[in-house]
Design a binder for this molecule. Sequence first.
Ligand code: ATP
Ligand code: IP8
Length: 268
Amino acid sequence: MVGQKLYILKLGGSLLTDKQKPESIRYEILTRITQEIINTKEKLILIHGGGSFGHPLAKKYKIFDGLDRKVVDQTLGLSRTHYAMNKFNSLIIKSFLDNNFPVLPIQTSSSFIQDSRQTFSQAINIIEATLDLDIMPILYGDILLSMDGSFSIISGDQIIFLLCRDLKNYKVSKVIFAMDVDGIYIKGKKNEKDHKLAEIIHKKELNDLELVKMDRKIDVTGGIEGKIKAIETILEFEIPIQLINGLKEGYIYNSLKNYSINCTTILP
Ligand code: ATP
Ligand code: IP8
């Protein structure tokens, strides 16, 4: 089993929900994507983000910044943020079970904990045992408890880094971020309106990207800039990364099959 090939796919909150409208799931998209993933027959860990379920509550109760006695009912807000993510996750789990496909939710906030310096994975054996059984583990951005009596938010993007770092028996061969846009847009040379999709980016170019300023949605984990920071950490493990548009039919299937698509590829 050692070194078995594995993909990690993150379904972004921008893809599965309308980030401007609280707890709004895009069912048609979820149904199609579920089918695409099943059809690939590839082994993967599925992760999903917070979208309009986790981010608005995390923002309201300032969960990302940790324990703050001045925030009214903050620990209740911590529970509510987790509960919203759990609800979102259940809908995704249901979508696979409706298609008779075996999946198992791995509750992120019970699987990772941090101290003042780093985050520890507590459930790697469980995740690997799930994969061994050909059951697809599904994790999600969630609240993150801390051993010093505080808390924060762990993004789906950060979970990917931790899995790439800590999985023992599986080797991640590609990480895919499916979002509601084609990839990373960078500024062109001429004027404001001149922007383009970055098709191939090398690790050393990542810091100098001149990002186009697109719409700002509620996002406590840093939006596209936060994603790029997480990507930098994942590249430490020499794993190629793709950012793709999951709204486009067949793109998730094609990316998991390594067929060519119009997207951003980031190479270590
Ligand atoms: P979530 O964190 O809820 O899971 P996500 O992983 O889908 O969401 P976001 O963090 O919302 O992704 O980042 C993707 C969003 O970033 C896109 O919806 C896009 O509108 C926005 N964005 C802003 N600037 C850019 C840019 N230069 N290139 C690509 N996307 C950008
Ligand atoms: O959407 C954030 O995860 P992300 C999760 O992957 C919460 O950044 C609870 C806001």
